[in-house]
Ligand binder design. Structure first.
Ligand SMILES: Cc1cc2nc3c(=O)[nH]c(=O)nc-3n(C[C@H](O)[C@H](O)[C@H](O)COP(=O)(O)OP(=O)(O)OC[C@H]3O[C@@H](n4cnc5c(N)ncnc54)[C@H](O)[C@@H]3O)c2cc1C
Length: 385
């Protein structure tokens, strides 16, 4: 075994978006901390890869997320300041704005306006004609409108994970890659025993941030999670006014049929990223997960692109499979194990969790310290019981 130390104050299982942030906040408390992941840092097998993650404040999913987002923005900014030691280093967060488009009485436009009004957030409404005038590349149905939020934008997802892991190590955390945790159990007294493919560790406290694998690590809880395979696509099209260089915003579309798609602008010469947020294919066996191009998901995205962006030709330049870990109501689960109080977990991020990684990571450590924070009450697992 490469790890000489066997006991830690805290072990964090999984260092994707949530685990990397938790590791950093745990290490900052002067605990001895070990992070364990079955893959390496910032890998492509979980849910925290694919160049970008959209971030926005006026949250159509529920206004209760807004206070968490306001703090997340501050914490991303703080991380960015530590990460950007040279002017040429890429920013973690780019606030190019986000334009959310849909029927005026649809889930997205009404949800955005509700959250914006509740928290006095800066947003601006546009008719379809106004959108066509400002962003001529977009095709918006006459009966749809858009809400622009200037604070929206995107995070560079792999850089964010790497920055959190670096900060965790700066504070003394140890990382163990390519090591699968097979079981967590009470191991005598209050200690927890963590069994891995590379031997056994003990810890006073454990954080489980295992993404799509959460149900396997917490079998007794019967978490109501379903994993969906979701394809990320990068296209180049024969119009160039979708580039970040022209300050093109992120866009999110609610369509007539209720489907949701989003686009992040072209950056780093890869092409514009186009994904469907709705839909996806259920994965029954994670060990059989395929990263091959799914033609069905691609053809849905092709069709969306044709309908929503003026162009004549498009070319898929890259794709990457990813996992959404869904709860029945698409709200996250951030909770304490009911029988093992020194074990906390965060799961079921339902395809919209990354932007919250800083507050979730901080909250998991706060829970281990016995801190109350009623802002997270709506994310307790009991609502799924
Ligand atoms: C295509 C796609 C687009 C998305 N877009 C957005 C977006 O625009 N905005 C947004 O906010 N969110 C978005 N999300 C959601 C967001 O990316 C996820 O909610 C978030 O990344 C989940 O992080 P996580 O740490 O829970 O999971 P992961 O990043 O998957 O991390 C879990 C880690 O646990 C490790 N692990 C699991 N089991 C074990 C084990 N037994 N032993 C050791 N290690 C283990 C895994 O290897 C993995 O590294 C998107 C997700 C996808 C898939």
């Amino acid at each position: 075994m490469s790890q000489s130390k066997q006991h830690f104050d805290c072990i964090v299982i999984g260092f994707g978006g949530m685990g990397s942030a938790a590791l950093r906040y745990a290490a900052m408390t002067r605990r001895s901390v070990l992070g364990i992941d079955q893959h390496g840092p910032a890998h492509t097998h979980g849910s925290s890869h694919g160049q970008t993650r959209v971030i926005r404040k006026s949250y159509f999913e529920h206004p209760d997320y807004v206070p968490l987002l306001l703090e997340s923005y501050e914490l991303w900014d703080e991380l960015n300041r530590r990460h950007r030691t040279k002017p040429e280093t890429k920013e973690l967060l780019t606030q190019c704005g986000i334009l959310q488009i849909g029927p005026p009485d649809g889930e997205v436009v009404t949800g955005v306006l509700t959250s914006a009004a509740a928290y006095d957030l800066k947003v601006e409404r546009f008719t379809s004609a106004q959108i066509s005038h400002r962003l001529p590349i977009l095709k918006v149905p006459d009966n749809h409108e858009g809400v622009f939020e200037p604070d929206g934008g995107f995070l560079r997802v792999e850089l964010c994970v790497a920055a959190y892991l670096k900060q965790a190590m700066v504070h003394g955390a140890e990382l163990l890659s390519n090591t699968a945790v097979t079981r967590v159990e009470l191991g005598g007294g209050d200690r927890l025993r963590v069994h891995t493919s590379d031997g056994e560790f003990t810890a006073d406290q454990v954080i489980v941030a295992a993404g799509a694998w959460s149900s396997q690590l917490l079998p007794g809880l019967e978490l109501p999670l379903k994993v969906l395979a979701k394809q990320q696509h990068w296209y180049q099209i024969d119009r160039v006014d979708n580039k970040l260089i022209n300050e093109f915003p992120c866009t999110f579309f609610e369509r007539e049929d209720g489907s949701h798609f989003y686009v992040t602008p072209e950056l780093d010469t890869l092409g514009m990223k186009v994904c469907e947020h709705s839909g996806g294919d259920e994965v029954d066996d994670l060990s059989q997960f395929s990263s091959e191009l799914c033609e069905t998901q691609k053809s849905r995205t092709d069709e969306f692109l044709m309908q929503s962006f003026h162009h004549t030709k498009s070319r898929l330049v890259h794709h990457s499979m990813c996992k959404y870990t869904m709860t029945p109501d698409s709200h996250f689960i951030v909770d304490r194990h009911p029988d093992i109080p020194q074990l906390v977990f965060a799961a079921g991020f339902s395809g919209h969790g990354f932007k919250f990684a800083p507050v979730i990571g901080k909250r998991l450590v706060g829970m281990l310290d016995g801190e109350e924070d009623t802002r997270f009450d709506f994310l307790k697992g009991e609502r799924n019981a």
